[in-house]
Ligand binder design. Structure first.
Ligand code: ZN
Length: 901
């Protein structure tokens, strides 16, 4: 999704080379060298197009912004406008910026626009930036607000809906006109300041209230993007300011100070367009306020700021335009209990009562309250001359101050109120202090159930860094290992674990998971020769539960084992409820029955047919599975309790040998233990080995049909780390992934978290640590895995002696390690990381890190916990794939270092 232009790199390299050569020839030629450099700096030939449309409602309408309004609008001060600036670099990359005198664009609105613009003008999602001025004197276009917050009469709700629909049409047409208007242009950047924004968070005895605070942080910058035609004639100014458009609170439509600033600039520069972009003004108010006169004066002050900027030396903008738009999942605070909500629903405060009722309804209908928010972040880089960041929501000023301080290099322009205005986005500081922007506003907005968790600031800032850094990638050393994303056509696919295997037919079999309660995991087959993906079937259907209205089979959490032309595997639940920060089997939504339990399945590769073998008891999923192919036995561990189950193919007999480690992940405190993710069979005597969180190695004995502890060694090793096995969020002393190595008749495995490779000899019971199999940067940083459980992508290559391991590596930005969460109660990645391919040649005892893997577009594969290796040595895995701003899980392939043709 990042548009890369190699010509730019060459231009820079050539310039550098030219400077070097000229330096060698003597100082007298230097002025020439400088002018040559200056000429090449301005050689990007931009195109720019502009359009505008009046969006003042034709009727009296309810106005957005203040909850205390009592009646609809009464006339207007001036017209409200939407304006579009289309930009195109000389590589054809397009960015359209749409600004409007409105309260904010909701996400749904943007999604619809995105779709239509793509269909009609082939505009890519990252090429559209929507920004609203947040005027509180515009129409209410958010129907949900009209209903929930304001109790508006039906005809007003209808007007709001109608307005929003008409606006959609107008804006599509507006963007079309701006694109049509594209003509050669020059772009430059400059800035000045204006002083009327004041921090509005004042500490009082009753906590933080909304009142002018002359000592609070502000961002008085007025960034300006200037658009000229090739003759230097001004065509447009795009300017920003970080302040609420809340000078006014009367009943006439008006753009407030931003409306006046645009009006004054356009009057001063006939024929040119002035466009306002909101900054991070979530906690900023204009001061003084409440009269039309003040709104005009602030408008004039801001227009003066723009005029002042225009008098400074412009910084010409070169391309290429590098665009990125992605979501980051933000954590919300833990929702209140049902009991607390019932109490809140009795509150005398209408907003509190209504909010509690909404949450109770969500709890009833969906079985849980959503604890995350998908937050869009947009970055537009104008070569190395300007970085524009578009943040969603009512962002407080701390974000722009921090990002401008942290992002070294070209000027940084941080806009708030972009793409999705769903509520306030407090910083960690504001959250700690409390008050309206931290908590209070959640009740009025009704879009998120609870305030953000303190991680919100770091998660957003980190995402910005990541997207800005993506634009750098073309200039850094190219990765040796390049991943190719395949498209299985399952857009809902979610993070998948194991669920892979290479068939004896040379094809790659895999299952993609889902976290929905109604659409379950899907199985696919990739044919490397034909380069084609075949959808083999729906796993829930294969279990005979297609129309049962039970929670679906959302996952295949185990690898495929082949025997007599059939692939054997097991199914697992993918729909969870998060209870006290831990994942539990999802509470069924209304009309759905509970998860029925995991199945053992077989897939006949020749007949292309599924066979349902057995369902495990207790309504639990199958977390781990292996097969004794000689004796026709399947072994499984269930989740969350950890029953050990065996299934005999010949006798068609299922036997439950009981829980193996307290109450497993179903227990609490003393009774909690993480469960082993990897069972391994010794084909010699049919024993099946696995571990417990306490580090004991257990053995199922085929001859006695019972489980016993292995005498001798255990997995409790100093180098593996110190764990409290009663606490969640790590695999404790369990081994993470194992394989049977027939030449030595031993188990090779990796311990998660520490990443130590070990060898377990069942005859002596000895566990021998061989090497640390993490990525080289992880070894050097002496850090544990970022993925809290460690990695599952651990398998023998086709040569039968080289272990392939897909593992993480730390990411460094500006020389500093990018850090994530310090603690988690779930199996998740604590921060962003690179994906490395590490191999270990067992015979030669040779470790090698083959380096980080990147997609061609510079993105990193993420949430990688599976592996299978094709017959030609190509490495296949399942990863998050982000294309066009949307993320799914899918098959990816990497031409491995040991690839044979
Ligand atoms: Zn606001």
């Amino acid at each position: 999704m990042m548009h890369v232009q190699t010509s730019q790199i060459w231009t820079q390299a050539q310039r550098y080379l030219a400077t070097l050569l000229l330096c060698a020839f003597g100082t007298f030629v230097l002025p020439q060298a400088d002018s040559h450099a200056a000429a090449s700096q301005t050689q990007t030939v931009w195109k720019a197009g502009l359009a505008r449309v009046v969006i003042t409602p034709e009727h009296s309408m309810w106005m957005a912004g203040y909850a205390a309004r009592t009646k609809p609008s009464e006339g207007k001060v001036h017209d409200l406008h939407a304006k579009a600036l289309a930009l195109e670099d000389d590589g054809g990359t397009r960015l359209v910026i749409v600004t409007a005198d409105l309260i904010g664009f909701p996400r749904e609105f943007r999604n619809q626009m995105e779709k239509d613009l793509r269909r009609r003008f082939e505009l890519r999602p990252q090429g559209l930036l929507l920004n609203a001025s947040h005027t509180h004197s515009g129409p209410e276009l958010r129907t949900w607000r009209a209903t929930q917050t304001f109790d508006l009469p039906p005809e007003q709700i209808e007007l709001s809906k109608q307005y929003s629909e008409d606006l959609q049409g107008k804006l599509i047409e507006l963007v079309g006109r701006a694109i049509e208007d594209l003509a050669p242009a020059q772009l430059s950047y400059m800035h000045a300041r204006a002083g009327f924004a004041m921090n509005r968070r004042l500490q009082t005895e009753r906590g933080y209230t909304i009142a002018p605070n002359a000592d609070g942080p502000v961002d008085h910058a007025v960034p300006v993007l200037r658009v000229d035609d090739p003759n230097g004639q001004l065509r447009a100014v795009l300017f920003g300011y970080a302040c609420h458009n809340t000078t006014l609170d009367f009943y006439q439509f008006c753009g407030d100070y931003a409306g006046f600033a645009q009006q004054y600039l356009e009057e001063a520069h006939p024929g040119a367009a002035a466009m306002f972009i909101s900054g991070c003004g979530g906690d900023q108010n204009p001061s003084p306020r409440r009269t039309l006169e003040w709104a005009k004066q602030h408008g004039q002050a801001l227009a003066n700021g723009v005029e002042a900027a225009l008098l400074t030396r412009p910084r010409p903008l070169r391309g290429p335009l590098r665009l990125a738009l992605e979501e980051v999942t933000l954590d919300l605070a833990e929702p209140p209990s049902r009991e607390q909500l019932r109490q809140q629903a009795q509150s005398a405060d209408k907003y509190e009562q209504r909010h509690a009722e909404d949450m109770l309804r969500e709890l009833e209908e969906k079985g849980g309250i959503r604890t995350t928010y998908p937050y869009p972040v947009q970055v537009a880089r104008f070569g190395d001359d300007l970085t524009m960041i578009g943040l969603a929501g009512e962002v407080v000023v701390d974000y722009s101050l921090r990002l401008k301080a942290e992002l070294a290099g070209p000027p940084v322009w941080v806009a708030g109120y972009c793409n999705d205005v769903f509520g306030y986005v407090p910083s960690e500081r504001v959250l700690q202090e409390g008050g309206y922007e931290a908590r209070g506003a959640v009740l009025y907005y009704g879009t998120i159930a609870t305030p953000f968790a303190p991680s919100v600031e770091n998660l957003i800032v980190r995402k910005v860094h990541e997207l800005v850094e993506l634009g750098n990638r073309p200039n850094s050393t190219p990765a040796k290992l390049v991943a190719r994303a395949h498209n299985s056509g399952f857009a809902q696919a979610h993070d998948s674990y194991n669920g892979m295997g290479t068939g004896s037919d040379g094809k790659i079999y895999y299952a993609l998971s889902s976290e929905s309660y109604e659409v379950g995991a899907q199985m696919f087959c990739y044919d490397p020769v034909a380069d084609k993906i075949e959808h083999l079937g729906d796993i829930t259907e294969a279990c005979g539960e297609k129309d049962s209205r039970t929670i679906v089979q959302g996952k295949v959490h185990v690898n495929f084992v082949e025997r007599d032309g059939k692939l054997y595997f097991a199914t697992h639940v993918g729909y969870y409820s998060i209870i006290e920060g831990m994942e539990k089997i999802g509470i069924p939504p209304q009309g759905y029955k509970p998860y029925p339990g995991g199945h053992f399945l077989a897939f006949d590769m020749a007949a292309r047919k599924f066979e349902d073998l057995a369902k495990v008891p207790h309504g639990e999923g199958i977390l781990s599975m292996t097969m004794d192919t000689r004796r026709g036995r399947l072994y499984g561990l269930t989740w969350p309790t950890g029953y050990f189950i065996r299934y005999d193919l010949a006798a068609k007999e299922l036997k439950d040998l009981g829980p193996i480690s307290r109450q497993g992940e179903n227990g609490k405190g003393e009774n909690y233990r993480t469960l082993c993710r990897s069972l391994v069979v010794d084909p010699g005597d049919g024993s099946c080995y696995f571990t417990t969180g306490d580090g004991d190695i257990l053995r199922y004995r085929y001859d006695r049909d019972s489980i016993e502890a292995v005498e001798g060694d255990a997995m409790r090793k100093d180098y593996f780390g110190l764990y409290d096995p009663t606490s969640p969020g790590h695999m404790a002393y369990n081994w993470r992934q194992t394989i049977w190595y027939e030449p030595e008749k031993v188990v090779y495995g990796v311990h998660g978290n520490s990443g130590y490779l070990f060898r377990f000899d069942p005859r002596t019971g000895q566990v021998e640590v061989l090497d640390r199999m993490t990525s080289l940067p992880s070894k050097r940083s002496a850090m544990f895995d970022q993925f809290s459980y460690g990695y599952l992508g651990f398998a023998l290559g086709p040569d039968g002696r080289t272990i392939h391991y897909l593992t993480g590596g730390p990411v460094y930005a500006g020389g500093r390690r990018v850090t994530g969460k310090t603690k988690t109660a779930m199996g998740e990645s604590k921060g962003i990381e690179n994906l490395h391919l590490v191999t270990y040649d067992i015979k030669a005892a040779k470790y090698a890190d083959h380096g980080p893997i990147f997609f061609e577009n510079g993105r990193r594969p993420a949430y990688v916990n599976s592996i299978t290796i094709g017959k030609d040595g190509t490495v296949y895995t399942l990863s998050r794939v982000t294309e066009e701003g949307h993320t799914r899980a899918d098959l990816i392939s990497i031409k491995g270092p040991f690839r044979s043709n």
